[in-house]
Design a protein around this ligand. Structure first.
Ligand SMILES: Cc1cc2nc3c(=O)[nH]c(=O)nc-3n(C[C@H](O)[C@H](O)[C@H](O)COP(=O)(O)OP(=O)(O)OC[C@H]3O[C@@H](n4cnc5c(N)ncnc54)[C@H](O)[C@@H]3O)c2cc1C
Length: 436
């Protein structure tokens, strides 16, 4: 404490906690606008991060930052999504080129270490002061007076007086935890376990870069092919499945893989690279995203579920919106309340566009719809537009998504009828009990 009091705070306009996609995007935009931005990340980049599959709508954001060329050369082109269901005995592929909005036909699978480093170096090139291996330990808010950020860097305590703070600390949820506003999401109590493999059997040709989602009795797998020949594989299951495990994490992961004939086949000759990792405390949200001279962006604000690869897109989007709101607050203080309210509303709305689908992805009725694509009223094209990240595609998409929801409820209702049917063949798409 005595050490902290002896520090003379330096001044800056905006202090950004965290240099992932949210923080680096916000810092780049604000620095380019001429503000004095300090960004601190506790790690030295490049650093490992999970979350390697991007959405087509990430690309316009990369264009706005001026870094798309760098990702084009290193990323694996992702033209679509493949769903594999053992309950239907088949796989179905969706191509982003067939979405209602045809302007975004592909995206990328990326190594997050190099992707995040590109974004971070870009923020520095735009004029942000980027400090690595600098861990923020405290932020004090007083009124009147600017927030004071305390961080530790190379064993020394440093402080900044900032006119505004953006918390983009990811799943560390620095400010939401400090302020006590972090809530577990009751709709999605899952956990993930993942590793990287060489020599996995991939799709061939143009579809090689597809993300594959494989359902199995405990949840679903992701299978993400990277351009260096490595494939990222992860399993997402209810948290109880993890709690009841009686083996070390690698053996547990291998048991899950063995329980899925599709994954066992794809990884039959594959070699695990490095360690297997598990992520708990999965899905959460902050009860408030903004306050007096601060806001939360990216995973620091909320984390959904990776099934539709929305994390990096939503993080970058909120980084852009955060920059817009903060710049407005600093230049037009009288509009602060309105600007922060707008930020909060649109950030929550962006996440909400995906949650209805995410919460139902393990439901037999949803699986049946994804496994039996039908483009009646161009509904399939609208769902694809959403899966590409087209959350602002207007009424043409929204109206069709509404029809999709109606079809879902009708399908679900018919499943309920079949569940009580005496004929077991009619109980289509039913999931077997865990461990059966
Ligand atoms: C299992 C799993 C699979 C996923 N798969 C996908 C996927 O396929 N596609 C996708 O788009 N998303 C995926 N995601 C989500 C994605 O990883 C995140 O949404 C995304 O990284 C969020 O970006 P961010 O900038 O908000 O946070 P992060 O990328 O986590 O960046 C936060 C940064 O803050 C730094 N930091 C933290 N605390 C401090 C501190 N106190 N001081 C200084 N720095 C600090 C960290 O070092 C880090 O660099 C997945 C997530 C999980 C858990």
């Amino acid at each position: 404490m005595a050490e902290q009091q002896s520090v003379t705070p330096a001044d800056c306009d905006v202090f950004v906690v965290g240099g992932g996609p949210a923080g680096a995007s916000a810092a780049a935009v604000l620095a380019q606008a001429g503000l004095h931005v300090v960004l601190a990340d506790k790690d030295k980049h490049p650093r490992f991060h999970i979350g390697e599959s991007l959405l087509p709508h990430n690309l316009p954001l990369l264009d706005r930052l001026g870094v798309r060329d760098q990702i084009e050369t290193s990323g694996m082109r992702k033209h679509g999504i493949e769903f594999v269901s053992p309950y239907h005995g088949k796989s179905v592929r969706y191509d982003f080129g067939h979405a209602l909005d045809k302007r975004f036909p592909y995206s990328f699978q990326v190594r997050r270490s190099s992707f995040d480093e590109v974004l971070l170096r870009n923020a520095a090139a735009k004029g942000a002061e980027v400090l690595e291996e600098c861990r923020v330990s405290n932020i004090t808010f007083s009124n009147p007076g600017d927030p004071v950020v305390t961080a530790n860097m190379a064993g020394e305590t440093r402080q900044w007086r900032a006119r505004f703070v953006i918390d983009a600390s990811g799943r560390e949820t620095f400010l939401a935890s400090q302020l006590g506003v972090k809530e577990r999401n009751p709709h999605n109590n899952s956990a993930a376990v993942y590793g990287h493999f060489t020599n996995a059997r991939r799709l061939e040709g143009r579809d090689e870069g597809h993300i594959t989602i494989v359902w199995f009795d405990h949840g679903w797998f992701w299978f993400i092919p990277l351009s260096d020949g490595t494939t990222s594989v992860g399993a997402v299951c209810p948290a109880e499945v993890f709690k009841n495990r009686d083996a070390d994490i690698e053996s547990f992961f291998r048991t899950l893989i063995a329980s899925s004939p599709e994954m066992a086949d794809r990884l039959g000759g594959a070699i695990l690279q490095g360690e297997v990792t598990a992520t708990g405390n999965y899905s959460y949200y902050a009860k408030r995203l903004t306050g007096d001279r601060f806001l939360l962006a990216g995973d620091a604000a909320a984390f959904l579920d990776p099934v539709f690869s929305t994390g990096v897109y939503l993080a970058m989007l909120s980084g852009f919106w955060a920059a817009e709101a903060v710049q407005g607050c600093l230049t037009r203080p009288a509009k602060t309340v309105k600007l922060l309210h707008r930020y909060e509303v649109r950030t929550r709305a962006a996440a909400a566009a995906f949650t209805w689908f995410i919460y139902r992805i393990r439901q037999p009725a949803m699986r049946n719809l994804f496994m039996s694509p039908r483009n009646m009223f161009r509904v399939e094209e609208a769902v694809l537009a959403l899966l590409a990240g087209g959350i602002f595609d207007g009424w043409r998409v929204q109206a069709r998504l509404y029809i999709f929801r109606m079809i879902y409820y009708v399908t679900k209702f018919s499943h309920l009828r079949f569940r009580f049917s005496k004929d077991p063949r009619r109980n289509v798409g039913g999931i077997r009990a865990v461990g059966s």
